[in-house]
Design a protein around this ligand. Structure first.
Ligand code: GRF
Length: 210
């Protein structure tokens, strides 16, 4: 029997991936999981609004509210423990998690990135910049990647990927939308696999059990 995923979502923006996962749980496409808490570094994040309107605890926590990174990390760990979070989903969270949190949740933190990692990832690669870089190098395919979060940006092992074609007349905006359309299903699918205990992580290698 796999422990129920008690998910803490971290998001900085509109929260469409969070909403997709929430809907998948509500509709029973993901079982053995619930969203315990949503944390954002932005007070006006759409993700916090979505959480509140679904009666999910929502917290605005930003390092600027604390005297040091350590104090901020302590506050995050406290609230994650208070809500019994045992799995973290980064859904458009633009801050790096501290090493203490990554250690505590080793192999239990996932992120979604709007390109085919390990290409087009790393510090500064977020939002339209990713899609601009994909188009600028003439890639014919792009996509989305769900990966385990480790101490480096967009670096941990990949769990699932899905591709999209890059059209000849693609703009960063159209490509962002195309990729986002596949992100929602892909992220929900990845969470389902974790909730069913089908993802085994060993160092840089991920095995998906059937
Ligand atoms: C997505 O494109 C995701 O790949 C990236 O941040 C964006 C978040 O979008 N990590 P949303 O807030 O989930 O709508």
């Amino acid at each position: 029997m796999v422990d129920k995923l008690n998910i803490g979502v971290f998001a900085s923006g509109r929260g469409s991936n969070f909403l997709a996962i929430l809907q998948a749980i509500k509709q029973g496409r993901i079982t053995n999981a619930e969203i315990a808490l949503v944390i954002s570094n932005k007070a006006d994040a759409g993700a916090l609004e979505i959480a509140r309107s679904n009666n999910i605890p929502a917290a605005h926590l930003d390092q600027k509210q604390f005297t040091s990174e350590d104090e901020f990390t302590k506050a995050l760990i406290l609230i994650l423990d208070e809500y019994c979070v045992n799995f973290i989903v980064l859904a458009g969270y633009l801050k790096k998690l501290s090493p203490a949190i990554i250690r505590r949740f080793r192999n239990r933190i996932v992120n979604i990135h709007p390109a085919l990692l390990p290409a087009f990832g790393g510090k500064g690669m977020y939002g339209l910049r990713v899609h601009e870089a994909v188009i600028a190098c003439g890639a014919r395919i792009s996509g989305a990647s769900v990966h385990i979060v480790d101490e480096e940006y967009d670096h941990g092992p990949v769990v699932l990927q899905r591709t999209v074609e890059v059209a000849g007349d693609e703009t960063p905006e159209t490509l962002a939308q195309k990729v986002l359309n596949v992100e929602h299903g892909l992220y929900a699918e990845a969470i389902r696999l974790f909730a069913e205990g089908k993802v085994k992580v060993n160092g840089q290698s991920v095995t998906i059990l059937s």
